[in-house]
Each structure stands twice: as C-alpha cells, then as structure tokens.
Design a protein around this ligand. Structure first.
Ligand SMILES: *Cc1c(COP(=O)(O)O)cnc(C)c1O
Length: 463
C-alpha cells in the first residue's frame, strides 16, 4: 500500500490525510508540551532552546542531523516512574529503546534497573558500571555465549523464552557453579497495539510460552526440577505504544491465574511478577498517554485485587518501560535542504537525514510532529512532507505536517519524541553516518554518542 503515489487516482485524494492534521494548527510557532521535553522553549528572538541552549548553537557546534537529549527530562521521568511504583516494585528501563553508557549511569543514579536483550547491550550496561544484579536478560534466541556471559556476570534475572532455553541456561549455570534466578515469559493471549488490544491470534508469534496451551505450566514444571535455576517469577509483555490499560488488566489477571495454578500444583508462591513495558507516549498532540502514577496505581490495584481473590500474597511487581522514559526526552535536529512544491498537493521538504536515523515512519507508518526551530515565522501554513536524503521514495520522516510557507534551505527543523527506537534502530543505509546523541543540561551540551565518520565506515571495510 503506497499512500504517496496516486498514478491513476484523483489528484487531490491524498492532500489532507485522514486522522491527524486535517487543519493547520492555530499557531505554527507554539510548542505543545505533550510532544516536547520539559526544558524546550521558544526564546525571545523566536528560536528554540533546550536545557537553556539555543538549537542554532547546538547545530553549529555539533552539526546536523543530531539527536538532542534533554538530560533533565530523562532524569525526571526516571524519578517519576521510581516514585510512582515505590519500594515494593522495580522499574527496569528497556535498554533496546536507547542505550549508551551515559544513559546507564543516569539510570543507576536514579534508582532504575535495566533490561538488555543482546550481548552488546549487556556489554554496554556492564561497561558503564550497572551492578549485574540490577540487569535482566531478555530475548527469544539468546546465544549460548550470551547466556554464559550473563550467568557469569551474575545478572539478577534471565527471562526464559522457550523450552530449549531452559536447558541452555541450566547448563550454563551448572558449568559455572551458579544458581541463576529466572522468570518465565508467558504469552497471555492479549496483544496490545496502539489505541487497541486484540484478544485473538495473539499466540501466533515468536515470544514466550503460551498460557492457554499449557506450555507455560509445563515450563514451570521443568524449571522447578532443575537445581541450577531459581524460579523467581512470571513475565508478560503485551505490546507497545499502548494507551488503554485494559490489556494490562487481562494480562495481570492471567499471570495471577498461573501463580495460583503453581501454588495449587507445587505448593509454592512465586515472589515476583513482571508486566513488561509498552506504555505509549505522545508523538503528536492528539496522543494522550497516562502518567506513571496513574499506571502504577492501575497496575497495583489490578494485581492486589486478583491476588486477594486467589488468596495469594501480593508478589513484588516489576515493569519495563523503554519508550515512555526515553522517547519524549529527545528531538532530532535537521537542516532543511531542497524544497519541492508540488502544485495543489504539498511541498516536499528534504532534510539532511531520513530513514537511516528514523526508520519508524517507513516501518510502522508512525506519526511524528515537526517544527521550525531556528526562528519564528508569521508565514501561512504550508502542507508539507518531511523527507530524507535516501534513495527510496518511502524515505519519509513526517508524512503530513504544516510548516511555515517561508521555509528555506538552511532553516533548522526539529522532530520531537525521537528518543526511543530511532538511534537504536539507525542504519548506515546509503553509507549514511549515524548521527550523534547530544545531551543537554543546565546550559551545557556534551556528546554522549559521537557522530560516525567515514573512517568508521572504512574501518569495517577490510578490502
Ligand atoms: C520492548 C520491550 C519492552 C519495552 O517496550 P516499550 O514499548 O519501549 O516500553 C519491555 N519489555 C520487553 C520484554 C520488551 O521486549
């Protein structure tokens, strides 16, 4: 399905996209606090600043494109999650959303734990000094080497994802003379997506062990027979960019149901449950995510109620937000290059990055907002499509947006809410150099992940 090409269709069929942006916003210069991090503001002279720094200065010093991360906002979000869940719960940041050593240190300092799902993420976490007992290892196809390294490092938990993995982790733990804490990942029959949750066809995916088919209960039996594994709990992750708590409610109820079954069959009460991540954020002002304290209350109430009904002691709860912590903390700063006006359709605004630094629009049809940030403008709104510089017509950053009609090459645009799954999914397509991540705080900016160079590319190319 291509929405951008209409060879035979009516010429204007796709001018005003369905859903968002059916009308231009009242003021193109305003910055909606739902999509921008907390220290972002438009200053007296019309340019935008973050952490007290003018974006033009950031562009001048670090170049574009660049991911600009608001450290104050990141830390505040960590604290909000920590405080909301309190002492009887653990918050694991999902490192796959974005991971660097600086981020690991912020997490450590703010009292969060960390999920990793590969050897590379584990290496980064350990290199930055995250204590191993605060790390959880995930993944549907962990290699023996990754398992060995995780057990050797002493990670706090490995989340088991298949029958074969039970044997692999047990083998590694035996060889190392350890008793490895594990959780079992179950699929509860709910797959939640943006704005909806579907309770069918959910178990037809690669993660976890199905509750409904009895695989989860069988996994529990096998783990309990192995001395080298310590079963500490059950894990469920239902999807991503979720706004509706109903999916979590079903998930919690079914996980508690399994805990009850385990008590009845084995006479033990498991001490922990993990309800995963997937909490949604605002990419456009129309998105309306829940606050951490609402989420904590909602999940806490569900688990407590279900345990009361079952006569179980309330287990320790953990959650794994990735996007909800890092997503809103960063924007991508681009410089405008070529502008191409298609009469009666829209203006294509090309920026100096694209699908190599943000694949989500092409991959998921994700929606983003965008603003002119190097100056204010009083010009009329112009229906625009922000595109990258790659050799692909699907190389779209923001499908539909209104930008001021006086937009010109050299202007700076910023796309907010790109902290999650943009740098971590970035590629070298067209031999693009992956952009740096610049952390800004209290008027100072520093590189936490540097821009790639052509030497970096050539270093891998051994001829
Ligand atoms: C991806 C993932 C998360 C984080 O998801 P977000 O949408 O970023 O919150 C948490 N737990 C598991 C197991 C995941 O795979």
């Amino acid at each position: 399905m291509s929405r951008s090409a209409h060879p035979a269709g009516p010429r204007y069929a796709d001018v005003l996209p369905e859903g968002h942006y059916t009308a231009p916003p009242a003021d193109l210069n305003s910055l909606d606090s739902r999509v921008w991090s907390q220290t972002v503001e438009r200053t007296q002279d019309g340019a935008v600043a973050v952490g007290g720094l003018d974006v033009r200065k950031i562009a001048e010093e670090f170049g574009t494109p660049a991911y600009v991360m608001d450290e104050t906002d990141f830390r505040a979000r960590c604290r909000a999650w920590r405080d909301a869940f309190g002492q009887d719960a653990d918050v694991f940041y999902a490192g796959k959303a974005f991971l660097s050593r600086a981020v690991v240190r912020w997490l450590y300092e703010e009292g969060l734990n960390l999920d990793v799902c590969s050897g590379g993420e584990l290496a980064t976490a350990l290199a930055a000094g995250m204590p191993a007992e605060r790390i959880a290892l995930h993944g549907n196809n962990k290699s023996n080497e990754e398992i060995h390294r995780a057990v050797e490092a002493g990670v706090g938990r490995i989340v088991l994802d298949s029958f074969q993995e039970i044997a692999r982790v047990a083998h590694a733990a035996e060889r190392l003379g350890r008793r490895q804490p594990v959780q079992i990942r179950v699929t509860v029959g709910v797959e939640a997506h943006t704005h909806e949750f579907i309770a069918t066809a959910h178990e037809d995916q690669k993660f976890g062990l199905a509750l409904a088919e009895g695989q989860a209960a069988e996994a529990v039996r096998r783990v309990l027979r192995l001395d080298s594994l310590e079963l500490i709990g059950i894990h469920s992750h239902i999807g991503s960019q979720i706004f509706d708590m109903a999916g979590f409610e079903v998930s919690a109820r079914r996980v508690v149901g399994l805990l009850t079954q385990i008590r009845d069959e084995h006479g033990i009460e498991l001490p922990e449950i993990d309800l995963g991540g997937g909490l949604g954020i605002a990419y456009t002002p129309e998105d309306d995510p829940r606050e951490p304290h609402e989420i904590a209350k909602s999940l806490g109430d569900i688990v407590t109620r279900e345990c009361e009904v079952a006569g179980l002691a309330v287990p320790r709860l953990s959650v794994e937000p990735g996007r909800a912590i890092v997503g809103p903390t960063a924007f991508t700063l681009y410089e405008v290059g070529t502008l191409k006006e298609l009469e009666g359709l829209r203006t294509y605004v090309s920026v100096d990055g694209g699908m190599s630094d943000n694949i989500r629009t092409a991959l998921y049809d994700a929606e983003y907002s965008v603003a002119l940030v190097s100056r204010a403008s009083a010009a009329e709104p112009m229906l625009s499509r922000v595109v990258g510089k790659h050799c692909e017509s699907g190389d779209i950053v923001v499908r539909d947006a209104f930008l001021p009609a006086d937009l010109a090459p050299g202007d700076l645009l910023a796309v907010p809410a790109t902290g999650a799954y943009c740098r971590s999914m970035a590629s070298n397509y067209n031999h693009a150099l992956r952009p740096p991540v610049i952390a800004v705080r209290d008027g100072e900016a520093r590189t936490i992940l540097r821009r790639e160079t052509e030497e970096d590319l050539l270093r891998l190319d051994v001829g």
